[in-house]
Design a binder for this molecule. Structure first.
Ligand code: SF4
Length: 303
């Protein structure tokens, strides 16, 4: 089917089914053409919650669709490709978190939003890359367990010196493989460019960055900046959208491997099939949903 025909069919069905389509900024850029909202995972789920849509189609990875379900329990939440999971979220299971907690009894757990509902349900409070510092500061205990991203934990530790953050040994493989040598290479090629980095990158890399922030903050930084050239140290989808939106500026992806394959599964064709056949519905047990929602609510109260 031609792209224009696909888009027309999706838009028609979307109206008929009272659905809203969310697209994460790392998705195939063509998905934006049918999306109602594009952005960070929590921001998208919050926006979907505030619509009167009865169905949410989440073009992202599985934990994101779960988060949308937690925030909108009465809406039907669909993810067009059920195998689209997050490699970082999958590094910690409920069982692994229980073991981690057993090694550090009575220490509160902060979980990054990039985690499964099961892990959120076993944690005390959730955080995003934007509010992680504030969330950790809000925890009363000096010791804090931080799951699953050791790189975000290390970044937060530099900002909250009065806390002792005990990180789980997980990471985003896409951000973790970026090295200071990549920075050197890009800086040599583009001496006037400034480096914007996501805090899921390693500390050695972040030490060289001109700005560190979430995906949303990187977009905002570019929007408000007078600079014209940027080296982007995060997933390639961000570069594609920046190039589309700021044609007068130049963007350089930090290295060619900064591509999350799980984020690239979903196509327009998958979205159409999802709308036509209600594929694939996200469901959560009542207990997991209740506990995980509390973990998110605690975060929302302080951010
Ligand atoms: S880029 Fe990393 S954190 Fe984001 S979905 Fe892919 S594996 Fe997960």
């Amino acid at each position: 089917m031609e792209k224009a025909e696909l888009i027309e069919k999706i838009n028609r069905l979307k109206k008929e089914k009272n659905a809203v389509i969310l697209a994460h900024s790392y998705q195939n850029i063509e998905v934006d053409e049918v999306a109602d909202f594009v952005g960070d995972s929590l921001e998208l789920s919050r926006k979907a919650k505030n619509t009167d849509a009865s169905t949410i189609i989440f073009a992202g990875v599985y934990f994101m669709a779960e988060t949308a379900k937690l925030l909108s329990p009465k809406k039907k939440v669909l993810i067009p490709r059920s195998e689209a999971s997050c490699e970082m979220a999958d590094m910690i299971t409920g069982e692994k978190l229980r073991e981690f907690k057993t090694k550090h009894p009575s220490v509160p757990v902060v979980c990054y939003i990039n985690s499964t509902a099961e892990v959120k349900a076993l944690s005390d409070i959730c955080c995003t890359s934007s509010n992680a510092v504030k969330v950790v500061q809000s925890v009363e205990s000096k010791d804090v367990l931080f799951v699953p991203d050791r790189n975000l934990a290390a970044y937060v530790q530099t900002k909250v010196e009065d806390k002792n953050i005990i990180p789980f040994d997980g990471c985003c493989p896409i951000h973790d493989q970026i090295t200071p040598e990549d920075v050197e290479e890009q800086r040599n090629l583009h001496p006037n460019a400034i480096l914007l980095a996501h805090p899921e990158c390693r500390k050695e890399l972040l030490n060289k960055a001109d700005f560190i922030g979430s995906t949303k903050s990187i977009f905002e930084y570019v929007k408000n900046s007078r600079e014209n050239e940027f080296i982007i140290s995060t997933e390639t989808g961000v570069v594609e959208r920046l190039e589309r939106d700021y044609k007068d500026k130049k963007f350089y992806l930090i290295n060619k491997k900064a591509v999350c394959r799980n984020m690239k599964y979903i196509t327009l064709d998958d979205i159409l099939k999802s709308l036509q056949n209600d594929l694939f519905e996200v469901t959560l047990s009542v207990e997991t949903a209740q506990r995980a929602s509390l973990t998110i609510e605690r975060m929302l109260k302080i951010s």
